[in-house]
Design a protein around this ligand. Sequence first.
Ligand SMILES: *Cc1c(COP(=O)(O)O)cnc(C)c1O
Length: 242
Amino acid sequence: MELTEKESKFNLIEENIKRIREKISEAEIKSGRKEGTVRFMAVTKTVEPVYINHAIEQGINLIGENKVQEFLSKKDELKLENVEKHLIGHLQSNKVRKIITQVDMIQSVDSVSVAKEIERQAELNDIDANVLIEINVGGEESKTGMDKQKFLEEFEQIAEMKRIYVKGLMTIPPICEKNSDLRKFFDEMYKLFLDIGGKNRDNVSMDILSMGMSHDFEEAVLCGSNLVRIGSAVFGPRIYNR
Ligand SMILES: *Cc1c(COP(=O)(O)O)cnc(C)c1O
């Protein structure tokens, strides 16, 4: 019997998730950590709800979306009862109001000004906002994320905010030809993660180091990542038509 397109994509998603889980486990063991300590986020941008729900049925319990509008338009079709939702794309201050109560974490805080707006909206909604600070570790002009040079000063300002809980760091490293170059960026992030973790602040706990995507998650885990964000290796290549 011929499989429909939907059925074969379901099969593909199942196989992909299984394979990624195995690779994460191997990397955990290789890096001397316990199995199950690295969280596996499925990045669902451009993916239709039917496929996201299929991934959720395979036990995916953490999803990441990039765009506020796209997430809000798909959300009602998703089976999110036991799923954590994170915003991972660049967030403009004027969109904070729409997303703040809809996600469990904003991973992409990259300026004091967006943090201030998150603080303000969290206060208005009487909630605490969990965030990661996104760092532009490669110092690339084209990338979002906080400048490394500004990070310490801006971190201090964000750490003062009463409604914001800084739970860790996130990064997207530059595209590197050599693994050794990539590792240099991941190592730098891990060091920063430990350094900041050593500071005692009421609203700061460095629990999450979010790095590693489809093509580099094993390397990231070997360098200390404990949350990998994987899109195309789960769902196949992205088709931008939404
Ligand atoms: C799209 C995206 C990912 C996933 O990328 P893949 O290469 O498809 O795994 C991870 N993190 C962020 C911030 C993204 O925008």
